[in-house]
Design a binder for this molecule. Structure first.
Ligand SMILES: [Zn+2]
Length: 826
């Protein structure tokens, strides 16, 4: 017996030894010591592939998608041989604990830890750390894998990472220069943080507008890990940050989630203390906005955390910081490797408890609101349904006539009549806590000092009427979809105009050279009433289109776009189809400013909107080239959010004005308005805050940050009054809920059209300081000012912000195609 044991032990040791020898270290594989060079994305992928080839019993690599620039996205499942063999049953068993998969789970005590690296492309130490972490887990820390499945995403954002790394590699001197003024510490616009379309992927988890997020969520939802870590970097002078997070915590976060954050933090502290490394916890990084890599997993039952190392896009391979220390890539990745492994360790030690507490999270029988009921435009309902499907949140249709509860539009208790087209989302479902977070009228904020916007309630974002009900509303699952009628030969065809889907249909028609009209006034024909903005496609306008009816029918079917047929140009109520109130839509040529001065996020939102959503071409003009650009080739110039002090200098400003006077159209967004406000020839004016508040010099030093919150709006929802007789507001009702993201306030235009303005300063959702709110009374949200034959369009609120405020997008489309658009033809 003893002999057998010895043989077994020797055998085990040899086996361990041989495995350890088979795994190449990152240093051996890369040919340089890790942290002494930046590794390009393909090298990282190759290293993970090499390790997975060496020990397939313990590392399973899965390609889960591709980026916009066609870089592969991979996950590595790292565990013991036994666990890797049973990976699928471990996954299914875990899903049974959430209720997302039917069946009763068996008792297993395998912890599931998901480590996500490099979501911000230029916070680049973490992907290097991923390679070292993989190696150390499989060599020094094999014991932890006995009861832990570690899912590693070595790089969430490969396009951003390579943008940064390739730039750094081609720029840096050798040896690296620690002087922060050196080029290698000053990346050019747009930097490497964001993805291809310049979206911040760490703001996109809940809205899932980007391909990286969409593909990741598909796998994430199949696994639902117990712990999720998002590795980041911050400024070069900061100390390491890890859990527990700062207040505010969303009220949905459980005591267990709070407690375990502290346990994890204490475990990390042990290692940091031993090395004498500085760190901080409980400050700055809160848990409220649901679209982060820490909050989203938290609201899905995990312990979701952000770890922040000093570094980021400035740091390079080494930089001298304010405390006269040289911060190196080696230090940065060593810290991230330490917290990564410490996370796996504490998970392994608490695997049983993690499993039992995780299961409890999915009991959602005690939430205050039992059902959210939404009604409105069917396209908007469908696009919300698609978002819920991405998160695997279930939804049904109303099976009742009236619902009562909190009414989102009035902000009071009330009733709403519904048909079976209304959507019902119950909270007593596995993802019920996320439902609450996304739908609740006003999230409870334990502290006004937060890192991000404080309002996002989906009924407002999608422009739907809604009721939050404290009793469960009757519902059924409706599956039938009405099929579209095939078009017959007719005088013309009319499409409604209310949604982005309608706008996509117009975009397709224009690109296939259809001539399309829109009406500025309501009219009736063939027994149907058509609202302003309705599109009219007549046979007479489109004699140049071969097989007109068949071609139109194909486009309509492809877009699932219902069209009404009209058999005469003679309307029952004016205007007739040939009236001057029914105008031909010009196939607008659109230019967008990009480069230095523009906010890369705002430019990216516009780029993504036209390319991926509206599918309509734009031309990007670099701000450096504006003075040399022939604007006469364009009808519209969009100026994204940004600061244009030097771009819109005297020469360029004169150029813009001359072009607008001769028929051009400028659409200025958010802070771009600052370049026109108060300037000669513009009626746009900033509205200053009234200084009747307590003077700042009476504020105690310790309260200075809090005091300034009086004048702050951190993303709050207001109702606005809309002049929907103006073409910019076609398709909207007489009110619109806007997400106000800052305290900027502009007076109403006295020569121009105030298309949307704040008339009532009630805060429907989110945090807004009292001084800032008072200032907002009677201020502009969207407006148009004419100059000569052209127009300046002001969008105080950026309706494309993170691309999730679905109901705001049509204002931009209207501005392009409907507002003062017959001014000139190219
Ligand atoms: Zn970051």
């Amino acid at each position: 017996m003893q002999k057998l044991l010895v043989i077994l032990l020797v055998g085990l040791c040899l086996q361990n030894l041989s495995i350890a020898q088979n795994i190449q270290s990152p240093n051996d594989f890369l040919g340089y010591d890790i942290g002494t060079q930046f590794s390009r994305h393909h090298q990282v992928v190759d290293y993970f592939k090499a390790v997975a080839n060496e020990i397939p019993n313990q590392v399973k690599l899965e390609k889960y998608g591709e980026t916009n620039e066609r870089r592969p996205l991979y996950l590595a499942y790292v565990s013991s041989e036994a666990n890797i063999k049973n990976l699928e049953s471990i996954r299914e068993n875990n899903l049974k604990k959430t209720g997302l998969l039917e069946g009763s789970p068996s008792a297993t005590d395998v912890a599931i830890v998901w480590l996500s690296y490099n979501v911000h492309g230029n916070e680049s130490s973490s992907t290097e750390a991923a390679m070292l972490t993989l190696y150390k887990l499989l060599t020094e820390h094999k014991d932890l894998l006995e009861n832990t499945v570690v899912i590693m995403d070595p790089c969430i954002n490969p396009d951003g990472r390579d943008r940064y790394v390739n730039w750094y590699n081609e720029t840096a001197s050798q040896p690296y220069d620690i002087d922060r003024q050196a080029s290698e510490h000053n990346a050019p616009w747009p930097g490497g943080r964001a993805n291809h379309y310049l979206f911040d992927l760490n703001r996109d988890w809940a809205w899932a507008t980007q391909v990286e997020t969409q593909q990741r969520l598909e796998v994430y939802n199949k696994w639902m890990p117990h712990i999720h870590v998002d590795f980041h970097e911050q400024g070069i002078n900061e100390q390491y940050y890890f859990a527990p997070a700062a207040e505010p915590y969303h009220e949905i976060i459980t005591d267990w989630q709070r407690d375990f954050q502290t346990q994890i933090g204490k475990n990390h502290a042990k290692y940091f203390d031993a090395e004498g490394w500085l760190f901080f916890t409980k400050e700055r990084f809160d848990l409220f906005y649901p679209s982060y890599g820490d909050t989203y997993p938290t609201y899905m039952g995990a312990i979701g955390m952000t770890y922040e190392q000093a570094g980021g896009g400035r740091a390079g391979l080494g930089i001298l910081n304010d405390e006269a220390n040289v911060l190196t890539l080696v230090d940065r990745l060593t810290h991230h490797t330490t917290t990564g492994i410490s996370t796996v360790e504490i998970a392994s030690k608490n695997a049983t408890k993690l499993n039992s507490e995780f299961a409890k999270f999915f009991d959602n029988s005690n939430l205050k609101y039992k059902s959210y009921v939404l009604k409105g435009n069917s396209d908007k309902l469908n696009s919300l349904r698609a978002l819920l499907d991405t998160h695997e949140i279930s939804h049904e249709n109303a099976n009742t006539k009236t619902v009562s509860g909190y009414n989102y539009v009035t902000g009071k208790q009330g009733n709403m009549t519904v048909t079976d087209e209304a959507m019902v989302v119950h909270t007593n479902q596995p993802k019920g806590k996320m439902v609450k977070v996304l739908f609740e009228p006003d999230g409870k904020l334990s502290d006004s000092l937060t890192y991000d916007i404080t309002a996002w309630s989906l009924p407002y974002a999608y422009g739907l009427d809604a009721i939050a009900s404290t009793t469960k509303v009757n519902s059924t699952k409706l599956l039938e979809r009405k099929s579209l009628q095939v078009l017959n030969d007719a005088y013309g065809y009319v499409s409604k105009w209310n949604s982005l889907k309608d706008a996509k249909f117009l975009s397709a028609l224009l690109q296939q050279k259809f001539r399309v009209r829109f009406t500025e006034k309501p009219f009736s024909s063939g027994g149907n009433k058509f609202d302003p903005g309705s599109l009219i496609i007549t046979k007479g306008d489109n004699k140049h289109i071969e097989n007109f009816v068949e071609t139109l029918n194909t486009i309509a079917q492809n877009h699932a776009q219902p069209l009404a047929q009209i058999n005469t140009g003679f309307s029952q109520t004016t205007p007739d189809i040939g009236s001057p109130d029914i105008k031909l839509i010009n196939k607008q040529k659109i230019a967008v400013l990009s480069g230095e001065g523009t906010s890369s996020l705002s430019y990216g939102e516009i780029w993504h909107f036209f390319e991926q959503q509206l599918q309509y071409p734009i031309t990007s003009i670099n701000t450096d080239n504006l003075s040399r650009t022939n604007l006469d080739k364009f009808n519209v110039l969009i100026i994204p959010n940004g600061y244009y002090g030097s771009v819109l200098n005297e020469g360029n400003m004169k150029k813009l004005k001359d072009w607008v006077r001769s028929g051009g159209k400028v659409i200025a967004i958010d802070r771009a308005l600052g370049s026109f406000a108060g300037k000669d020839g513009f009626s746009l004016k900033i509205k200053e805050a009234q200084d009747d508040e307590k003077k700042d010099n009476l504020t105690a030093y310790a309260d200075r940050e809090r005091e300034s919150s009086n004048n702050r709006i951190t993303g709050a929802i207001f109702n606005t009054k809309v002049d929907n007789t103006h073409p910019m507001a076609f398709g909207y009702s007489d009110h619109y809920f806007t997400l106000k993201r800052g305290n900027s306030a502009y007076s109403l235009l006295d020569s121009g059209y105030n298309v949307s303005h704040i008339e009532d300063t009630k805060v429907f959702s989110g945090f807004a300081g009292k001084t800032a709110v008072k200032t907002l009374d009677q201020t502009l949200v969207f407006g148009e000012e004419r100059m000569g034959s052209g127009s300046f369009i002001y969008m105080v609120e950026n309706t494309l912000f993170r691309s999730f405020w679905e109901n705001g997008k049509l204002f931009l489309v209207n501005s392009i195609f409907f507002v003062n658009s017959n001014a000139f033809e190219l």
